[in-house]
Design a protein around this ligand. Structure first.
Ligand code: SF4
Length: 423
């Protein structure tokens, strides 16, 4: 077994743990935000419904801001208040409601998992974090811990981005916080800290602290309910005392700016990037440099015709059922090879469009509209947008993937991605 981490990076005093729990929960009771999933978790008497309500919120909140999620969440729960209701929805309906939330596979997987609950688990949600993670596709360690602690009161911790930040600051953890070894330590710490009688509230309080007080850039340490337990803050204060003593010419002892004092400590900042006084508590957490998103270009064409009432209609086609933006609708689009000349772009796009319209398309007839950039998590995507008005009736080939003509209003109500709405 690996050696235990140096004491500086641990919570080893039971009295301190008790005090931290009490301070954090008292603050949470006073300051917590009113959120629809919190209300449901607190008032719903049925354990399965409660777990489902928390589950939906946790999946929606992955990678998405609370303020954005609220409206989607309310609509979702109104439409599908139980796993049974969700299991009966079509993927099309799920994608339509999800449109705009991003990371579309989350909605799809949520629905697949709800179907599994209904068909294989007799409609009952798994009752522990371990089973939730094992039995429900798309439910990872964090989501399982959140559902189990909030809906069932299981005393299990959670580690998400907010918790990572708070714990790294509380215990001066400056090693790469995305490394598996550090993450494992943080899970141990979260499990040790979680309040035994109010685990769900404790976990939410820790996350809320990270979201509202111990924020990434300018944390509000003065208002922090756990500041007396925070070693990053203590270090900053020591440096301040030292600086003021020096300023007033008092004989000052050199501040204890050593890391934890253990050479080669796996949790301290790496020797090559030591503590930087100008950063204060935001020295923590540290992350290895992120990979740059890959650049990609896609040609897309807005095909327009006059509908039966004279209103313009646009052709949208469905993307394949796997991969990026699976199953969503878009204007006919074609990924472009890097460095393709504009003339060549038009030609390949015209060729591609012929397949949809069933008639030759002249490359010169495509009107260039402009470029639209959309950043996915790992792709810097540029859409090169063209338009083409069509005369007469255009029959779509049913052998091709699904496609349909829609008015502008129908377009916005369809399961189209945010990137396509920008186009
Ligand atoms: Fe975060 Fe500051 Fe509180 Fe420490 S004192 S936990 S750095 S807000």
């Amino acid at each position: 077994a690996p050696a235990p981490p140096p004491a500086q990076h641990l919570f080893s005093d039971p009295a301190e743990i008790e005090a931290l729990r009490g301070n954090l929960l008292a603050w949470y009771d006073k300051c917590k935000r009113d959120l629809p999933w919190r209300t449901l978790a607190a008032t719903e008497p049925d354990a399965d419904r409660r777990a489902y309500a928390v589950w939906v919120s946790e999946i929606m909140l992955q990678q998405t801001q609370v303020a954005t999620v609220i409206d989607y969440y309310n609509r979702w729960m109104q439409k599908w208040p139980t796993p049974q209701a969700l299991a009966q929805a079509s993927l099309e309906e799920v994608n339509e409601l999800w449109a705009g939330l991003g990371y579309y596979s989350r909605g799809k997987r949520l629905q697949e998992a709800a179907r599994k609950v209904v068909s294989e688990l007799a409609g009952q949600m798994p009752r522990t974090a371990e089973d939730l993670q094992k039995l429900l596709p798309g439910v990872g360690r964090y989501t399982a811990g959140a559902i189990a602690s909030i809906s069932y009161g299981q005393a299990t911790g959670v580690v998400d981005g907010n918790v990572i930040r708070v714990l790294c600051r509380l215990r001066c953890i400056g090693a790469d916080s995305s490394s598996p070894a550090v993450i494992e330590r943080l899970w141990d710490m979260a499990n040790a800290l979680v309040d035994r009688s109010r685990p769900g509230d404790f976990n939410q309080a820790l996350m809320e602290l990270g979201a509202t007080v111990c924020v990434p850039k300018a944390p509000l340490c003065g208002e922090c309910p756990v500041k007396q337990h925070c070693r990053a803050r203590r270090r900053v204060e020591k440096e301040l005392v030292f600086a003021s003593q020096k300023l007033f010419g008092k004989p000052a002892s050199v501040p204890d700016v050593e890391d934890c004092g253990v050479g080669g400590c796996p949790l301290c900042p790496p020797a090559a990037e030591p503590w930087d006084s100008s950063l204060g508590v935001t020295n923590f957490p540290r992350k290895a440099a992120k990979k740059q998103p890959r650049a990609a270009r896609t040609a897309t064409c807005v095909l327009e015709r006059r509908g039966c009432h004279g209103a313009p209609e646009y052709l949208i086609v469905q993307r394949p059922s796997s991969g990026l933006l699976a199953g969503l609708w878009e204007f006919p689009s074609l990924p472009l090879a890097q460095g393709l000349q504009e003339e060549k772009q038009r030609e390949v796009l015209a060729d591609h469009l012929r397949a949809w319209t069933g008639r030759p398309v002249v490359a010169g007839g495509l009107r260039f509209i402009g470029e639209v950039v959309h950043i996915f998590s790992h792709i810097h995507q540029t859409y090169v947008v063209y338009s083409l008005p069509l005369d007469g009736d255009v029959t779509l080939d049913p052998a091709l993937s699904p496609s349909r003509w829609v008015t502008e209003k129908e377009f916005h109500a369809s399961a189209v991605s945010t990137a396509m709405k920008k186009v």
